[in-house]
Design a protein around this ligand. Structure first.
Ligand code: KIV
Length: 260
């Protein structure tokens, strides 16, 4: 087993697993110092490409950003999302996951669960491709946002799904927008780490979309904490630059490449 993956699994019940998303080298380089896992998420559809959902992200898109992110990563585990429709059957899933791994040099891929694709996960595991699962709100398969695990019936179904993903061989599972009770139960019942987003502090780790926590995306539901208002900081810098170019304060002679 990949040493980095072994280390992530060993963190369960010991220390929290820190994860964030990245789509480019410069951000990845900063995250790498503090994160255990960096995810090249298909959330880039909303964050970078201004789409309403994640459905139009292609294999080429995810590979291109994965290549960039990999250049900023030294120590964290790099996981790349498999875009919608790239893992519809075992053959396609294996071909596409192998291509993602080969081109980006990532450590693992992430697959959203549709409660049926456990055989796909198992096929990838048998082909030496580590897989992270994803349950709860899975934007590739669900149109409408809904918090899951609010009833005993839903919680039972989610637990069954998590156990099936574990049995298929995944090394961890993202729990997206799942009730605290269900997240706690799933985290206690499975042996692999759970990574929560909008799923309480009971998970083994947490993930956020980096642009959201930096205050860049403008998307701030209750489960997100904005750690800085980067939008305001960038705006201030750009405004100053614009003013200085207009008033000929920039470039100064010290910025000239030749002469004085
Ligand atoms: O695409 C993504 O960024 C994700 C996270 C929200 C887990 O899947």
């Amino acid at each position: 087993m990949n040493k980095k993956i072994k280390k992530i699994i060993q963190k369960k019940n010991k220390s929290k697993i820190i994860c964030l998303t990245a789509y480019s080298k410069n951000i990845a380089k900063i995250l790498d110092k503090y994160c255990d896992i960096v995810l090249v998420g298909d959330s880039m559809a909303n964050v970078l490409y201004g789409s309403k959902n994640t459905h139009k992200i292609t294999l080429q898109n995810i590979i291109q950003h994965g290549v960039s992110v990999k250049k900023g990563i030294k120590k964290s585990l790099l996981v790349v999302d498999m875009p919608k429709d790239t893992y519809k059957n075992k053959k396609k899933a294996k071909e596409n996951a192998q291509l993602i791994m080969k081109k980006t040099g990532c450590d693992a891929v992430k697959i959203e669960s549709n409660k049926k694709n456990y055989v796909i996960i198992n096929e990838l595991i048998n082909s030496d491709i580590p897989v992270m699962g994803h349950i709860g709100f899975t934007p590739q398969f669900k149109k409408k946002f809904k918090i899951e695990g609010g009833t005993k019936y839903e919680t039972k179904k989610l637990l069954k799904e998590a156990l099936s993903i574990q049995k298929a061989g995944a090394f961890s599972i993202v729990l997206e927008c799942i009730s605290p009770n269900a997240s706690k139960l799933i985290t206690n019942k499975i042996n692999i780490p759970t990574i929560g987003i909008g799923s309480s502090s009971f998970c083994d780790g947490q993930i956020l979309v980096t642009d959201d926590m930096l205050g860049l995306s403008g998307f701030y539901p209750k489960f997100i904490k904005k750690y800085v208002n980067l939008k305001r900081i960038i705006e201030k810098a750009v405004k100053k630059y614009s003013k200085e170019v207009k008033s000929k304060v920039f470039p100064r002679k010290t910025n000239f490449l030749y002469g004085r």
